[in-house]
Write a protein that binds this ligand. Sequence first.
Ligand SMILES: Cc1cc2nc3c(=O)[nH]c(=O)nc-3n(C[C@H](O)[C@H](O)[C@H](O)COP(=O)(O)OP(=O)(O)OC[C@H]3O[C@@H](n4cnc5c(N)ncnc54)[C@H](O)[C@@H]3O)c2cc1C
Length: 427
Amino acid sequence: MKSTKKPRTTVTHSLAHLDVLISGASIAGPALALWLARYGARVTVVEKAPALREGGFAVDFRGEAHRTVLRRMGIWDEVHRRQTRMGRQVIVEADGRERVELPAFLMSGDVEIFRGDLSAILYERTRDDVEYVFGDSVATLSEHSDGVDVTFDHGAPRRFDLVVGADGLHSRTRRLAFGNESRHLRFLGYYVAGFGIPNHLGLDRTAQVYSEPGRTVMVSNYDGDPERAGAGLVFASEWLGHDRHDKEAQKRLLAARFADMGWPHAAVVLENLEDADDLYFDAIAQIHVDGLARGRVVLLGDAGYGATMGGIGTGTALVCAYVLAGELAAARGDHRAAFAAYEAEVRDYARGCQRTSGNAGPFLAPPTERRIRSRDRAYRLLASRFLAGFFKRLTERAANGITLKDYGPAEGGPRTARDYASRNRQP
Ligand SMILES: Cc1cc2nc3c(=O)[nH]c(=O)nc-3n(C[C@H](O)[C@H](O)[C@H](O)COP(=O)(O)OP(=O)(O)OC[C@H]3O[C@@H](n4cnc5c(N)ncnc54)[C@H](O)[C@@H]3O)c2cc1C
């Protein structure tokens, strides 16, 4: 719920004395890098992928906290310039007849953008002040009283003052510092996949959704590009324990799960899956850790409180990056004080955002025909302006559930490439 407490203003300090390693260059990592560079810290972002990753569905921002952070980051205008403008979404019968229509104002928050476009904006804004290392990954972490010694899969070992795990739901940083994934990942009984396909339905900023018990196919065109559309697949399943790096095996798995659907376009989607080079496939799951920091290592975004679906994880990551950087600056880089304050500020907020996504799987792909019908009835009700307003307020409640401190103007100024070249502390 939106708090009535007054935002507090905090004095911040330069972080020029800090070397920070961030693992993960999607959303949370570059967002934190932006703030830390403004406070003068030397920031290195290591990303496992060989280049900035494209792809992903549209993600949306809603409510005051998201708006405030986008504005303070200075990306408000650009996010709006590159926003998608999704129109209506229609649930169809197998023969293509429209069953339920969901109006646009319900689905897209205040502003909606492709995940890949947002990631690119953040990268563009930080690439001159931050060292990005693509195609590498943290291999080991070893903490000492004055820093963390880090080895990499490929690069030379280095020492950092702090390490931030912003490497997503399956964070390796979390595994290294907090223990095995099985201790922290709560599987919610569903999987989700997304990939680009030709716009064979001729959609224009609209989406069609077709459900059978336990599986749903979605085809959408968000940006009006007449050639391209996005396919989304959601299905109920036992835990698959699949190889997350074997895209071909994932395609086979999806093809088997979605074979013989009544809607003819589902077959076209599957044909295109064979050639997809941007497949995103993951469990719908949540991350629950007992404390977001271990010594000099801290978790941010999906790595610390991920929720896969529900659309709110991206806004949460931006808000929490703002808080983490602000608390570090307020504490003059004292990580113990800063991490404790970060945890206190975001813990309940992140939990609240996770809760909104808990029912995403059964809602998107109801397990029985009866549940499909009752979901559609709920959609029909929500399509009325009155209930839609109520629904919008409900979803905004979680996104707004934090009173943002004003951390004051960032001191320290951005770094230059020469700073990085003259550095590289060896352990
Ligand atoms: C390509 C892609 C597509 C996505 N599509 C969707 C979607 O369609 N729907 C949805 O709800 N969510 C999607 N997400 C997740 C969504 O981006 C996040 O929920 C949210 O934005 C929070 O972002 P994050 O930066 O915390 O984590 P993520 O966006 O998951 O980013 C984690 C980053 O860390 C990198 N990484 C992982 N392991 C390592 C490692 N060992 N070393 C270095 N780097 C590592 C990853 O390559 C990735 O760039 C997608 C994420 C990615 C990367």
